[in-house]
Design a protein around this ligand. Structure first.
Ligand code: PEP
Ligand code: MN
Length: 266
């Protein structure tokens, strides 16, 4: 179902007033974790001014260590809703189990399935039975084919609104947190009609690599980006080292707009 052979045109996904895929460039931004009302609403306002299309923020956090901050859980979802009310930005957030999908499906605009859950077939089937768009992240050791098969699990249940997210894979290189598989974007776009976005933040693990990788993603034809933005990265409860501040996000957005104009001219 994800194969372009049987569906030659790009899939276009509509969420509120936003369109994803089909030539649009969509930017999802926000903190790794929702930490407080003040934090999420202030970041939401700044990214909105800079031109972001969606607000991201984790309420349920699948952390590598069980002793790390696990998120504000249901309260985090409530704070995301307040930030949406104040800015109009639709919400993208991760849900980690089939029970959570049932509970929070009406509160969020796009459900994120994280890298660690790309192989959670019960969860994939559950989100396949609803009609909310799903942002599916590539597993950290998944091949492109396995990634597309995970999308297929969702689509086979009836939900065809899947957005794929390349977020870096594990390789022998350990300077960066993961290795951004830049070739995955044109490869997937050749074989699938689904929109493909790139998360340079989790790929790099380092804030100063976010801008060059974001530009590379646009240059190879990605349909958008997911970027971690935090007002105080040094004190962030998760992923501060890869988060950029709102001012830097604003200048990145300006560079991307210039790049988009140049691309159109060529
Ligand atoms: C995230 O988006 O904050 C996240 C946990 O990402 P990933 O699943 O790609 O590690
Ligand atoms: Mn994160």
């Amino acid at each position: 179902m994800a194969n372009r052979l049987f569906h030659p045109e790009d899939t276009l996904i509509s969420v509120e007033n936003e369109k994803i895929g089909g030539g649009n460039f969509t930017v999802i931004a926000g903190p790794c974790s929702v930490e407080s009302e003040e934090q999420i609403t202030s970041i939401a306002k700044e990214i909105k001014l800079a031109g972001a299309n969606f607000l991201r923020g984790g309420a349920f956090k699948p952390r590598t260590s069980p002793y790390s901050f696990q998120g504000l859980l249901g309260e985090g979802i409530e704070l995301l809703k307040i930030a949406k009310e104040k800015t109009g930005l639709p919400i993208v957030t991760e849900l980690m189990s089939p029970g959570m999908v049932e509970k929070f499906v009406d509160d969020v605009d796009i459900i994120q399935i994280g890298a660690r859950n790309m192989h959670n077939y019960d969860l994939l089937k559950e989100v396949g039975r609803i009609d909310k768009p799903i942002l599916l992240k590539r597993g950290m050791a998944a091949t492109i084919e396995e990634f597309l098969m995970a999308a297929e699990y969702i689509m086979a249940e009836g939900n065809e609104n899947v957005i794929l997210c390349e977020r870096g894979i594990r390789t022998f290189e350990n300077f960066t947190r993961n290795t951004l598989d830049i070739s995955a974007i044109p490869v997937i776009k050749k074989y699938s009609h689904l929109p493909v976005i790139v998360d340079p933040s989790h790929a790099a693990g380092l804030w100063w690599l976010v801008e060059p990788l974001a530009k590379a993603a646009m240059a190879v034809g990605a349909d958008g980006l997911m970027i971690e933005v935090h007002n105080d990265p040094a004190n962030a409860k998760s992923d501060g080292q890869q988060s950029i501040k709102p001012a830097r996000f604003n200048s990145l957005m300006n560079s991307l707009k210039e790049m988009a104009i140049l691309q159109d001219k060529v």
